[in-house]
Design a protein around this ligand. Structure first.
Ligand code: CP
Ligand code: NVA
Length: 327
C-alpha cells in the first residue's frame, strides 16, 4: 500500500476532502472514539518556525488519538543543517508513526515524504498552510451548511502561503474563490493554473484581482492573514504601506453578503490587515476556526494512517463509517 502524505491542499481529491471534513465533524462530536496511535505510538512534530496553534493542536490531537507527541522546537534537531532531510526521514520512520513539519521550503517537505514510509504532514511552509484550510473549511461548512458554490474572498498578501491554500482548497471544495492583492503580490501562475484545473473538476471558480471590491462583492466568507509572514520581518515597514487598501474593515464587510463569515488563521494584527471591530465582531468565526485545527488535524492523521494501511482494524472501520456519514 502506498503511504499517503499531506503536503499541499491538492493532495486530497475533492471527494477525499469531503470525507476528511465529515470525519472531522464526527470526531469533534466523539473526541476520543478513534485512537489509531494507541500504544502509545509517537508522532514527531518539527518546527523550523515558531507556533502557538499548530503546536498545541498537534500535541493535543496526537494525545487524543492515543499517541505521544514529540515536539521539536526550532534549532533543537540536526534536521536540515547537520543532517540531510533524507537521512532524517530514514531514521524517523523506524521509530515514529507520523511526521509533522513546519518549515520554509516546500521542496524540503517533498524530500521528507519521498524518503518516509510513514505519513508526512505540512504544518506550514512558505508556499502552503493546508492544515489551516481543513479547519477553515470545516468552520465555514458548520456556519453556512455547504461549501460548493459559496464565494470566498481573500484580501491582503495574495502571494503568501494562506492565499495559495485558500485558492487551492477553495477550488477543491467547489467554491468561488476571489483573491485580491496589489500587483506584484498575487499568486504565481503555477498555483493559479493548478487551482483553475481543480475548479474545472469541481464546478468552482477562481478570480485573481487587484480590486478588493471585486473580490468582496456578495462574498459568503471573507478572509485575510498577516501582511508580514514569518521570515519577512525585515520588510515590515514597506509591507504595512503596501497592503493598506486591502484591510478588512466594516466598510469592506458592507460589500460582502449580510450573512458573511470572517476568517483569520491567527495570529492577527488588529488595525493592520483587519480592524478590531471586525475581528472581534459578530461575523467573526475565528475562535471556531482555531478550535477546528484540533478536530481537522485529528481527522487528517487518522485518515492518512488508514489510507496508508497503517491503522488497526477498529480505527479503519470507524473512520470508514464516519467519513461516509459525517454527523
Ligand atoms: N494559524 C497558525 O498556524 O498559527 P500558529 O502559527 O500559532 O501555529
Ligand atoms: N502567513 C503567515 C501564517 C501564519 C500562521 C506566516 O507564514 O507567517
Amino acid at each position: 500500500m502506498t503511504t499517503r502524505h499531506f503536503l499541499s491542499d491538492l493532495d486530497l481529491s475533492p471527494e477525499e476532502l469531503t470525507r476528511v471534513l465529515n470525519l472531522a465533524d464526527w470526531m469533534k462530536a466523539n473526541p476520543y472514539a478513534i485512537a489509531p496511535l494507541q500504544g502509545p505510538q509517537t508522532a514527531a512534530v518539527f518546527f523550523d518556525k515558531t507556533s502557538t496553534r499548530t503546536r498545541i493542536s498537534f500535541a493535543a490531537g496526537i494525545a487524543a488519538l492515543g499517541g505521544s507527541p514529540l515536539i521539536i522546537s526550532p534549532g533543537e534537531s540536526q534536521l536540515g543543517h547537520k543532517e540531510s532531510i533524507a537521512d532524517t526521514a530514514r531514521v524517523l520512520d523506524r521509530q515514529v508513526s507520523l511526521i509533522v513539519w513546519r518549515t520554509y521550503e516546500q521542496a524540503g517537505l517533498e524530500e521528507m515524504a519521498q524518503f518516509s514510509s510513514v505519513p508526512v504532514i505540512n504544518a506550514l511552509s512558505d508556499d502552503y498552510h493546508p492544515c489551516q484550510l481543513l479547519a477553515d473549511l470545516q468552520a465555514v461548512r458548520e456556519k453556512l451548511g455547504t461549501l460548493a458554490g459559496r464565494s470566498l474572498a481573500y484580501l491582503g498578501d495574495a502571494a503568501n502561503n494562506m492565499a495559495n491554500s485558500y485558492l487551492l482548497a477553495g477550488a477543491n471544495a467547489g467554491m468561488d474563490v476571489r483573491i485580491a492583492g496589489p500587483q506584484g503580490h498575487l499568486p504565481s501562475r503555477e498555483v493559479v493554473r493548478a487551482a483553475e484545473e481543480r475548479a474545472a473538476q469541481t464546478g468552482g471558480r477562481v478570480t485573481i484581482t487587484t480590486d478588493p471590491a471585486e473580490a468582496l462583492q456578495g462574498a459568503d466568507a471573507v478572509a485575510t492573514d498577516t501582511w508580514v509572514s514569518m521570515g519577512q520581518e525585515d520588510e515590515k515597514a514597506q509591507r504595512m504601506r503596501l497592503f493598506g487598501d486591502y484591510q478588512i474593515s466594516a466598510g469592506a464587510m458592507a460589500l460582502a453578503a449580510r450573512h458573511a463569515v470572517v476568517l483569520h488563521c491567527l495570529p492577527a494584527y488588529r488595525g493592520a490587515e483587519i480592524t478590531a471591530e471586525v475581528l472581534d465582531g459578530e461575523q467573526s468565526i475565528i475562535w471556531d476556526e482555531a478550535e477546528n485545527r484540533l478536530h481537522a488535524q485529528k481527522a487528517l492523521m487518522a485518515w492518512l494512517l488508514v489510507e496508508s494501511g497503517q491503522a488497526d482494524q477498529t480505527t479503519e472501520r470507524l473512520v470508514r463509517e464516519a467519513e461516509a456519514a459525517g454527523l
